[in-house]
Ligand binder design. Structure first.
Ligand SMILES: [Zn+2]
Length: 472
């Protein structure tokens, strides 16, 4: 039974029902009913009908191109003090980092380090307040909404980071400028925001917030959406940059809904293998920046350390001189990265040979195996193929095709590839090696890291000639 103020609306067909059911009675879709406030929906629909009548022309709603002041940004970005973080948040004329009033959803599996990253952000901001506003009395506090952990745990972590990194902060600033909110009630939280006027809000996590206006439990789609909407409404008005932590389900989507992704300005994702040392931060959506930049962090004792030269870390652990290993170069945003790819090709015992990729799309493996079979006459049709990208990286760029293909043949023939060689090129269906973008940048990075030989279309126009040169 729902509260009198709420209804259940199907996200698929828009049907509205007084009570929840697993299957929509109208369109038959499963799990599409979401609890929604009756008021807001009926208000919206009555507004819509009123709006359909023409309204008087309002000149303030039109801006001519000539009146746009291109020299001025509408906002001033606030750096986080963590440059790998700022890289992902984006940059423009006003600097880099957070945009005031921007609401950023930060997702990732539980335990991957989202809270750690955000506590580090808190430390950096406190440090900035300390250095910038020494003695100034009017500072805006940092508001940390502690839903997942107790203020105690967070404070302890902050103390540890301060000690570890020898960051100096006035005790007075620490005591006054950091406030924790422990309420799960989003409406109480918005009153706190109104009253305290923080310079930043961190909600850890959005799944713990609820409003009493809805019946659903915390974490339900309806509660998530309503809570997010209420926070956005307040922080936008007050120009406060806001981070919402959202846990990711096993299936890899931010728990609950895609709906949240549409509501916020940016969706960031922190990923990495749980057991591995590296964490990658990337933007899936960013209204204020590019979505292809990657921030790279390394796990250290009490937090995440920035990695300025990711290629070195990726290659450090690579298996040189082993059959099946090849070095490729990808470009993430503006930064070229050298990464090791590994292939394992063995005679299959199955009627349907296996193709397994970690960090590589399955369709790519299938295409490359077919090209090798057709043009290089390597009978991969009866072989199991496993491909792996080192460091938990996931690559979609076609520039790695050549490296993947060569790694497969190297494993198949059991012949290691020559040291100091990087493979850059897309492989076409006719077995040709194609040029890729940012060639100069990639070659420069390879040289910087001591690679002496780049194999690309410039040297070999076809896959077969590449294999011949390598003696494969
Ligand atoms: Zn429906």
């Amino acid at each position: 039974m729902s509260k009198s103020s709420s209804v259940y609306i199907c996200q698929s067909c828009g049907g509205s029902f007084p009570k929840w059911s697993g299957q929509c009675p109208n369109c038959g879709e499963w799990n599409t009913l979401v609890e929604t406030l009756k008021d807001s929906s009926s208000k919206k629909s009555s507004l819509r009908s009123a709006n359909s009548a023409a309204k008087a022309y309002d000149p303030s709603t039109v801006v001519r191109f000539a009146d746009v002041d291109l020299s001025k940004m509408q906002y001033q970005r606030v750096p986080t003090g963590i440059s790998e973080f700022d890289r992902v948040l984006g940059q423009d004329k006003s600097g880099e980092g957070m945009v005031p009033g921007a609401v950023m959803l930060i997702g990732g599996e539980p335990g991957i380090g989202k809270s750690t990253l955000l506590t580090q952000l808190v430390v950096q901001l406190l440090h900035k307040q300390y250095t910038a506003a020494q003695g100034a009395e009017l500072r805006q506090p940092i508001l940390y909404v502690a839903g997942e952990e107790s203020p105690n745990q967070i404070a302890l972590r902050i103390k540890r980071i301060l000690n570890d990194e020898h960051i100096k902060i006035d005790e007075k600033i620490l005591n006054q400028d950091l406030i924790f909110a422990t309420t799960p009630d989003v409406d109480q939280l918005t009153s706190i925001i109104e009253k305290e006027k923080p310079c930043i809000v961190i909600v850890d996590s959005i799944q713990t917030l609820t409003t009493e206006d809805l019946l659903g439990s915390s974490g339900s789609v309806g509660q998530l959406r309503e809570s997010t909407e209420r926070i956005i409404e307040h922080v936008k008005k007050m120009n406060i940059p806001t981070f919402l932590v959202g846990h990711v389900t096993k299936e890899g989507t931010i728990a609950g809904p895609k709906v949240l992704e549409h509501m916020v300005d940016a969706v960031l994702e922190l990923s990495g293998e749980r057991t591995g040392q590296l964490r990658l931060l990337r933007a899936i959506k960013n209204r204020f920046g590019a979505t292809d930049e990657v921030g790279v962090f390394q796990i250290v004792e009490n937090g995440l350390a920035e990695v300025k030269n990711p290629s070195e870390i990726f290659l450090e652990q690579s298996e040189k001189n082993k059959p099946g290993s090849a070095t490729v170069c990808v470009v993430e945003g503006t930064r070229p990265l050298l990464i090791e790819v590994q292939a394992l090709v063995v005679e299959s015992q199955l009627a349907m040979p296996r193709r397994v990729g970690r960090g590589v799309q399955l369709s790519r493996i299938q295409v490359l195996a077919a090209v090798l079979q057709k043009h290089a006459h390597i009978p991969l049709g009866s072989a199991d193929i496993f491909l792996n990208v080192a460091g938990g990286f996931s690559i979609t760029e076609p520039a790695v095709d050549l490296g993947l293909a060569v790694a497969m043949v190297s494993s198949y023939r059991n012949v290691a590839l020559p040291e100091g060689t990087v493979f850059i090129g897309e492989v076409g269906l006719l077995g040709e090696v194609r040029n890729v973008s940012f060639m100069e940048r990639r070659i420069k990075e390879a040289k910087r890291l001591g690679f002496t030989r780049v194999i690309s279309r410039a040297v070999h126009p076809s896959l077969t000639s590449v294999l011949k040169t390598l003696g494969l």
